[in-house]
Design a protein around this ligand. Structure first.
Ligand code: DGP
Length: 112
């Protein structure tokens, strides 16, 4: 499968890792849109939120538990935003489930 984030998980493409365990990886976005911009992904290939189901969604709870820890470790005490883009209308550019952690400054009030 030709998936950019699977290649990052495999170490074939370098990344700046923030957190890793047997199920997930967190690494810094290559084109940060905020002072802190981290991507959190499952190691299992799931195309996006639209491919989640009862069998594969437990990893999302694990991801969100780690997002809270990562945000604390990054010093995002005043808040942050978690975003997952889905499909064409959502402007998803990499078809591997990922959650953006965006913070480190006052973010805009608009979501779109
Ligand atoms: P999205 O547009 O929601 O699918 O977000 C994909 C993100 O992935 C985007 O913010 C840029 C980031 N990205 C793309 N290629 C690479 C890469 O090779 N390394 C890293 N660290 N991030 C990447």
């Amino acid at each position: 499968m030709d998936c950019l984030f699977c290649k990052i998980i495999a170490g074939e493409i370098p990344s700046t890792k923030v957190y890793e365990d047997d199920k997930i990886l967190a690494f810094r976005d290559i084109a940060p849109q905020a002072p802190t911009h981290i991507l959190v992904i499952p190691k299992e290939h799931i195309g996006g939120v639209d491919e989640l189901n009862a069998e594969n969604s437990a990893v999302v709870a694990h991801i969100f538990a780690k997002i809270a820890e990562i945000a604390k470790a990054e010093g995002l005490k005043d808040g942050y935003r978690v975003v997952s883009n889905i499909g064409e209308h959502g402007c998803q550019s990499v078809r591997h489930l990922h959650f953006h952690i965006l913070g480190g400054k006052q973010l805009g009030g608009e979501m779109v």
